[in-house]
Ligand binder design. Structure first.
Ligand code: SF4
Length: 158
C-alpha cells in the first residue's frame, strides 16, 4: 500500500473515494481554464487537440481516466475494479497539451505551428529522444499525437 502511495500520491485515497461514489472528477476544461503563465494557452486547445492529447498520453498510462475530456467518455479499462482512477488531468498531460497546441495544431490548423509541415515530420519516434522532451518532433508522445490526430491506428512504440 505504501509503495502504491509513493508512486501514485493520493492514488489509494482516490480509488477508495471512487468506490464510495465520492471521487468528484475534474474535467479537462476546468483544469485548462485555471492555467496561467506559459500554460495559459492550454485553454485554447480545440476539442480535436484535447482528444489527440488524451489518446497520446493517457492511452499508455497505468491509471484510468475518470474525468471528462471534451466529449471523450471517461475511460474503461479491463481490471477497472483495481485500476487506480485518475481524478483530473495531470501536469504531464497539461504540459503535453501545451506542446501539441503550440507545435502540432489540430487537423485543420497546421498553420498554427511554427515548424515545418506535418508532412515533413517523422512518422516514427526516435528512441534517443527523451520521453520528456516534448519539444522534439520525434518525441514518442508527439508521434502518438500526430497518429491520433490523423486517425491512425496505434502502433507499438519502442
Ligand atoms: S492525466 Fe496523466 S495520470 Fe491521468 S490518465 Fe492521463 S497521463 Fe495518466
Amino acid at each position: 500500500m505504501q509503495a502504491v502511495s509513493t508512486v501514485y500520491p493520493a492514488g489509494v485515497e482516490q480509488w477508495a473515494a471512487e468506490r464510495a461514489g465520492d471521487l468528484d472528477p475534474v474535467p479537462f476544461r476546468a483544469v485548462a481554464d485555471r492555467q496561467t503563465g506559459i500554460y495559459d494557452c492550454v485553454s485554447d486547445c480545440s476539442r480535436a487537440e484535447v482528444s489527440g492529447a488524451v489518446k497520446a498520453t493517457c492511452g499508455n498510462c497505468a491509471k484510468r481516466r475518470a474525468w471528462d475530456a471534451e466529449g471523450e467518455s471517461p475511460e474503461s479499462k479491463s481490471g477497472e475494479e483495481t485500476a487506480l482512477p485518475c481524478r483530473e488531468p495531470c501536469s504531464f498531460l497539461v504540459a503535453a497539451a501545451r506542446e501539441f497546441h503550440r507545435h502540432e495544431g489540430d487537423a485543420s490548423d497546421d498553420e498554427s505551428s511554427g515548424e515545418a509541415s506535418t508532412d515533413d515530420r517523422p512518422t516514427e519516434s526516435d528512441p534517443s529522444v527523451p520521453r520528456g522532451d516534448l519539444t522534439d518532433p520525434a518525441n514518442v508522445y508527439r508521434v502518438r499525437y500526430r497518429r491520433a490526430r490523423d486517425g491512425q491506428t496505434e502502433r507499438p512504440e519502442p
